[in-house]
Design a protein around this ligand. Structure first.
Ligand SMILES: Cc1cc2nc3c(=O)[nH]c(=O)nc-3n(C[C@H](O)[C@H](O)[C@H](O)COP(=O)(O)OP(=O)(O)OC[C@H]3O[C@@H](n4cnc5c(N)ncnc54)[C@H](O)[C@@H]3O)c2cc1C
Length: 467
């Protein structure tokens, strides 16, 4: 170990001494993400400032058979950017330049370590946006969003990050630098290497630059609608789609979640009566009048299912004030207790059955939980809180996860809609994925990373749960 630590000091020749971190107190900053409070220290952290430095680091690691875990903002909730204790962390935080915003071609080129919010603010100045209003925008980076294919409330209209990636600069595990495509909106030339890297969670290569499609900014209108019972809320959601309505966001918070966020914000219920859950419905149009017309049309459907007046916001400050209760739920949960965040997705016609199953499973295991989600996409986040007295937490949460995932698969869904496999979901991913699919993915991994250097224990060689 001493010898390999000494060897690691050679990395300073690439990035400069101050950008190779060995000090334990500094390593802690990079030792966990938002998936758990457990820290695993890497051998060191290295912070390159450009693609060539990334390439040199990777060549050095390849030569010395040293593993690398890639890290951007560290806001992930599946453990993907956490070291396995035997590798180094390559942090892209200094790759933080916005290279171009092109409003004719409607794309932005940014280095992987640009913080999402900073890119959004720069885009807004040119009246365009990357239409993913991810709740972790102040922490997450563009490279991390692409590596996970993160989603957001606007995924109902715009899909997830993957729908906005035109081209990527990637450093391969042998140090080669490639571009995966061209900066064009259409491309039918060969296999789609760009999409292979999107969502690959740092296992195939290190993304250094991203070319993101951007869209013009539109006017918004937001409705916040309480429902007397969750049954009525889900019935309304199904009727919304079957009646042909569209919106840019359709978001959900259950009653437990709403109570928790009010407690966190030290506020009272925004509605006169108690309710069984809240929906946020956002419209986007060229004009405020068009949004109002859409809201009026929807109002007729809303009153068939609910008995309280919705709140409606059109100015930016009012909209922010209503979104707050949905967007602050992550912070409220972090503040409340240690928790595990599951991210299941099911076809929309099964949302009510999934919600009932989540409630039944968590209640039978005597677990405190909240359910929040991108319900328009059938995507639920279940925050399951650790009971301080539970000495068997790992076993309890694993049992709960297994039961929820089994139900998800039974209902035609997937175990992650936007948070990725990471390290937490790996054994479940292998359990619930067809052997032939695992085999194909494993072969792809071998093509790019035959020495299995990138991102800790490999997705495909880790032990799976017994089927
Ligand atoms: C309060 C809160 C709110 C959140 N809200 C949302 C939300 O609305 N929607 C959503 O989808 N998620 C959300 N998340 C989860 C998280 O923010 C997203 O997954 C985000 O995209 C991760 O980005 P990051 O830069 O923090 O990546 P990291 O956590 O640093 O890394 C994530 C994964 O990507 C890999 N990676 C990072 N950079 C690169 C790179 N340059 N090249 C290759 N691989 C790389 C890492 O190895 C890891 O596997 C939230 C998290 C929190 C804590």
């Amino acid at each position: 170990m001493v010898e390999s630590k000494n060897k690691l000091r050679d990395l300073a020749a690439i990035v400069g001494e101050e950008h190779v971190i060995f000090k334990e107190e500094k390593l802690y900053h990079y030792a966990t993400d938002h998936s758990s409070r457990k820290s695993t220290l890497p051998l060191c952290v290295v912070r390159p400032s450009c693609t060539d430095e990334v390439s040199s680091i990777v060549k050095f690691c390849n030569l010395n058979n040293l593993g690398i875990t890639v890290r951007a903002g560290g806001s992930g909730v599946s453990g993907g950017s956490v070291s396995n204790g035997q590798d180094i962390i390559l942090s892209v935080e200094r790759l933080n330049k916005i290279i171009d915003i092109d409003t004719i071609n409607r794309y932005a080129i940014a280095e992987a370590g640009v913080v999402t919010q900073e890119l959004q603010e720069a885009l807004l100045e040119k009246n365009v946006c990357f239409p993913q209003n991810i709740s972790s925008a102040s922490m997450s980076c563009i490279g991390g969003n692409v590596a996970i294919s993160s989603g957001s409330p606007k995924s109902l209209k715009y899909g997830t990050t993957k729908n906005y990636v035109l081209n990527l600069e990637v450093v391969l595990p042998d140090g080669q630098i490639i571009w995966t495509g061209k900066n064009v909106e259409k491309n039918a030339t060969g296999y789609n290497l760009t999409q292979l890297f999107v969502g690959s969670e740092g296992t195939l290569g290190i993304i250094t630059k991203v070319v993101l499609k951007v869209v013009p900014v539109k006017k918004e209108l937001l409705m916040m609608v309480p429902f007397e019972t969750s049954e009525k809320l889900f019935d309304f959601t199904k009727a919304f789609f079957s009646s042909g309505f569209t919106a840019s966001s359709l978001e959900f918070l259950d009653q437990n979640g709403y109570d928790l966020v009010l407690e966190y914000l030290i506020e009272n219920n925004r509605f006169p009566k108690q309710h069984g859950g809240v929906l946020w419905i956002e419209f986007e149009s060229q004009t405020d009048e068009e949004n109002l017309r859409k809201a009026e049309q929807l109002y007729d459907l809303i009153v068939k299912y609910n008995d309280q007046e919705p709140l409606i916001a059109q100015s930016a400050s009012e909209i922010e004030a209503l979104w707050k209760y949905r967007k602050k739920i992550g912070e409220a949960a972090i503040n409340f207790a240690e928790f595990k965040d599951l991210d299941v997705v099911v076809p929309r016609d099964n949302i009510d059955e999934m919600f009932k199953a989540i409630n039944a499973i968590c209640t039978s295991l005597q677990l405190q939980f909240i359910v929040v989600g991108h319900i328009g996409n059938g995507n639920f986040h279940i925050n399951i809180f650790k009971n301080k007295e539970d000495n068997m937490w790992e076993e309890t949460i694993s049992e709960c996860t297994m039961k929820i995932f089994k139900k998800t698969i039974e209902l035609g869904g997937e175990i992650s809609g936007e948070h990725g496999v990471g390290t937490y979901n790996r054994p479940f991913f292998k359990y619930f994925t067809a052997d032939v699919n695992i085999q194909i993915m494993s072969e792809i991994k071998k093509i790019f990373d035959p020495k299995n250097l990138l991102n800790g224990s490999n997705l495909f060689t880790d032990k799976a749960l017994k089927k």
